[in-house]
Design a binder for this molecule. Structure first.
Ligand SMILES: Nc1ncnc2c1ncn2[C@@H]1O[C@H](COP(=O)(O)OP(=O)(O)O)[C@@H](O)[C@H]1O
Ligand SMILES: O=C(CO)[C@H](O)[C@H](O)COP(=O)(O)O
Length: 513
């Protein structure tokens, strides 16, 4: 982000709300991360496939981490604040108070999480309409998007939630509202998860056809009728109340937000790769695929013209990099699947004891254990008899089939640490093969991808990174800045502050890959 003409002592704060935790970073004008803090957030699973959170708990965590990263800094030097978050659905009443999204009427739990699969009947009916908006979500709407969840609320919680609701926010937009009092939505959220078109706006016929004509009647005031590009400055900036909560000064610029995967994409896709001998050096940015790997993995590819990839979300115009179309492939559970396989294995307690004794994470321990048992063979050979099909939470892309389930073949009676390590390897390989499957679908439709740019929690795992390189046959680039998603959020704040003319200018001035 460095602009030669700017003074060096200008800072930006990025806040990233993932599935399991909230992170904040203080970033300078060159995009260098100076301070980092994180804080876990609560999750509830009141019944199978229902996943809920609390917007108050999430905001409180944002406040804790922001206060930590600005400690010791002259607050006058902080010029802008940007948020990104998972695309969970936040429900508030007409006075902006939380409303319950559950049968227990617990209004603390007012967020339907992105991975919630309660609205299966609703999404099936939406897909049966074959409405033209579905062309822009890969041909099939996902149960993880907002329209089916809204319909579920109308059909299942009419009195306790639907009739009282005044505001339905995507989580990134909830955060920017909480910071500024401005209810404008980000183009990123509305285009990617709510069927809004950057060119044509809302499609009345879609909402009427699926039984949510209520939104049309009130001119979309509950889901957003003012839409801004990510990075646009909101209202008068931080309100005095939010400034007190966050430990910042009132009035600093706050940006229209991004979904977390998109912030990660922004954080890595423009990286300067000169001098590393990479095939993408000198190729257009459209040859790069950003893969944001956390609880889930999201595969973000951009193009100058719209590309329709069956089973891959989009094409979305200007939803990540302004002026470019975006296709977003995804695997609904990746980090969560690895954790599920490892933690559910009979040898997990032994693994924990051994990893703790060596002061290692369980992943680092498993990686070194695989090195021991592979002997002279390449590590991939350990799984010739063991295979995992990774769709334990359905297939987001490219099959776009939420009914798919996971599979493991080649199990034996032994359940020792070797078995756990090999099952872990097979799971990582299955996820990497899923990435290859998505890339093949994108290339068949017209993308030309040469290089992967990985970020997110799983990019800290060398085995995960190596398997992606081996299995896709492509070089994998990791940013020097591990927390690239946060850099993407801070880029938004820098843009909103006016220190940089646009998101593209911030990207092109990034000093470090
Ligand atoms: N140091 C690490 N080594 C290996 N895997 C890690 C490490 N840290 C996090 N992970 C993996 O990353 C996942 C979480 O990634 P993260 O980006 O923090 O998720 P989210 O944004 O969804 O909250 C975990 O499920 C775990 O499998
Ligand atoms: O659908 C999304 C992005 O479009 C979700 O926000 C994402 O899959 C969840 O992200 P994470 O794995 O980082 O928690």
């Amino acid at each position: 982000m460095s602009g030669g003409e700017q003074k060096p002592e200008r800072y930006y704060v990025g806040v990233d709300v993932g599935t399991g935790s909230v992170r904040a970073a203080l970033v300078d004008q060159s995009g260098v991360l100076l301070a980092f803090a994180d804080q876990p957030i609560k999750k509830w699973e009141p019944q199978f496939n229902h996943h809920e959170q609390s917007s108050e708990d999430i905001w409180a965590a944002c406040c804790v981490v922001t206060k930590k990263v600005v400690q010791g800094i002259d607050l006058n030097q902080i010029r802008g604040l940007g948020f990104d978050a998972t695309c969970s659905l936040v429900v508030l009443d007409k006075q902006f108070r939380p409303l319950p999204v559950n049968h227990e009427e617990d209004s603390h739990r007012n967020v339907i999480m992105w991975l919630d699969h309660r609205a299966v009947s609703q999404v099936n009916r939406i897909n049966e309409t074959k409405h033209s908006v579905l062309q822009y979500v890969g041909g099939v709407m996902s149960v993880e998007m907002q329209a089916p969840k809204l319909l579920w609320l109308k059909e299942n919680l009419r009195e306790t939630c639907w009739d009282k609701a005044g505001h339905f926010f995507d989580l990134p937009d909830f955060l920017s509202w909480k910071a500024t009092g401005v209810t404008a939505r980000s183009l990123c959220s509305l285009v990617c998860k709510w069927t809004y078109s950057a060119e044509r706006g809302w499609d009345d016929s879609f909402w009427k056809m699926i039984g949510l004509e209520d939104f049309v009647a009130d001119n979309y005031s509950k889901i957003g009728n003012q839409v801004l590009p990510p990075g646009a400055s909101l209202g008068n900036g931080l309100t005095p109340e939010a400034a007190r909560d966050l430990g910042l000064l009132p009035g600093i610029a706050v940006a229209a937000s991004l979904i977390d995967a998109h912030a990660g994409g922004l954080g890595v896709i423009g990286a300067d790769v000169k001098g590393h001998g990479l095939v993408c050096e000198g190729q257009p940015v459209t040859s790069r695929l950003a893969v944001i790997c956390g609880t889930s993995s999201c595969h973000m590819g951009i193009s100058k013209d719209p590309i329709f990839v069956p089973g891959v979300w989009g094409p979305y115009f200007s939803a990540m990099v302004p002026g470019f179309w975006l296709n977003e492939g995804g695997q609904s559970v990746t980090g969560k699947l690895i954790d599920h396989m490892v933690e559910g294995h009979a040898a997990f307690p032994e693994l924990q004891v051994k990893a703790t004794a060596r002061c290692q994470s369980v992943y680092a321990y498993l990686n070194s254990h695989l090195d021991l048992i592979k002997k002279a063979q390449p590590v991939g050979f350990l799984t010739v008899d063991l295979h995992v099909w990774p769709d334990f939470h359905g297939n987001r892309s490219p099959l776009a089939d939420l009914t798919l389930k996971g599979m493991v073949t080649g199990l034996k009676l032994s359940q020792d640490l070797d078995d756990l390590a090999i099952l872990y390897l097979a799971t990582v390989q299955a996820i990497a093969l899923g990435t290859r499957f998505i890339i093949e679908a994108m290339e068949a439709a017209g993308h030309s991808i040469s290089t992967l740019f990985l970020c997110g929690g799983l990019s800290k795992n060398p085995l995960f990174v190596q398997m992606h390189a081996d299995i896709t046959g492509m070089p994998v680039v990791l940013s020097q800045e591990v927390e690239s998603v946060l850099v993407g959020a801070a880029i938004l704040g820098a843009c909103a502050s006016g220190d940089f003319a646009s998101v593209q200018v911030c990207l092109s001035h990034r000093a470090r890959p």
